[in-house]
Write a protein that binds this ligand. Structure first.
Ligand code: ADP
Length: 299
């Protein structure tokens, strides 16, 4: 484990391409996905290196409900890099009725399937749409001076992982894990405040460990009183759709774990419980000292 982190640390200072290069390459990839080209054109600049870049380019993998958003967002605050969740980009596009929300995405015979329909059914959006949203997000971030990223929800297929590999180096891939029963309960308990946008969870989880694994307990993450009347549930957080998303994960996204495992970049992390138990342990395996980062940010 420690060796893997050292590998990440020694490569992170020299591996980052500029964000604009990555976003441009992703747009090119999106265009090439539109015409369904079989191979992604090799980016001739992908080996160029910014020696001054000392930032992280991490990916968070894990099933729906595992907590990718929670831990990626905490780490992004700690490390001073943006947390980019493709699920959020998709939902923002739908909320703002952006151009991609009106784009017909899949042809099934003569049926047109729209973005909202795909997301609400728990299915994967086309690579073209995801790459467009991601490259736009990276571009606008760079204009604001952002560097590095923690990606959450991308890549979700081996094809997406291959495209990402073509455009930049990923330093570390964190694979969060929880038993399936816990995942379903967590998704069903998820609530969002429609006003402030914060995430909460009303589920009280206490699940016996299987095959000698320890018991998992998670206290609810209740909203403050001002949010209680404004809570909404994601349309894709129903039991049937969560099960569909899980089955798509096993089918399409689990091979991404193998993709990064074979590159020695995968850090497996079994969550021991809720945030109070899991956060310190995650920092420990990542070899990060929270106080040190907070002090250096304040200096
Ligand atoms: N990389 C991606 N590829 C295809 N579809 C995606 C991707 N990221 C997000 N989506 C779409 O957005 C939805 C919500 O994503 P997300 O918030 O990451 O959900 P989850 O809780 O299932 O991890 C997905 O079910 C899918 O329709």
């Amino acid at each position: 484990m420690a060796a893997m982190i050292r590998l990440f640390r020694s490569s992170s200072s020299s591996s980052s391409n500029s964000i604009s290069l990555i976003s441009r390459s992703l747009s090119t990839a999106a265009a090439s996905e539109t015409v369904k080209s079989q191979s992604y054109p090799h980016n001739p600049h992908s080996t160029s290196v910014d020696p001054k870049a000392k930032t992280v380019q991490w990916v968070f993998l894990g099933c729906p409900g595992v907590g990718k958003g929670t831990y990626a967002s905490r780490l992004s605050t700690l490390l001073g890099v943006p947390h980019i969740a493709t699920g959020d980009l998709v939902r923002d596009e739908l909320k703002s009725s952006g151009p991609l929300s009106k784009q017909e995405s899949i042809h099934k015979g003569s049926d047109k399937v729209w973005l909202a329909e795909i997301v609400n059914q728990g299915k994967l959006v086309s690579d073209e749409i995801i790459l467009n949203l991601l490259s736009k997000r990276l571009e606008s971030g760079e204009a604001k001076g952002e560097a590095g990223f923690i990606l959450d929800g991308f890549p979700r297929t081996v094809r997406q992982a291959e495209i990402l590999t073509e455009v930049t180096d990923i330093d570390l891939v964190v694979n969060l894990k929880l038993p399936e029963r816990v995942l379903v309960e967590k998704c069903l308990g998820r609530r969002i405040c429609s006003e402030c946008g914060k995430n909460f969870n009303v589920a009280s989880i206490d699940v016996a460990g299987e095959n000698g694994a320890p018991r998992i307990s998670m206290a609810p993450l209740n909203p403050p009183s001002q949010c209680v009347s404004k809570l909404i549930t994601r349309a894709d957080d129903t039991e049937a759709i969560v099960k569909e998303r899980l089955s798509i994960y096993w089918d399409k996204s689990q091979p991404v774990e193998d993709f990064y495992r074979s590159q020695g970049k995968l850090l497996e992390f079994d969550l021991p419980g809720g945030i109070p138990e899991s956060w310190p342990k995650l920092l420990e395996v990542l070899n990060l000292d929270e106080q040190e980062y907070k002090l250096s940010a304040a200096a």
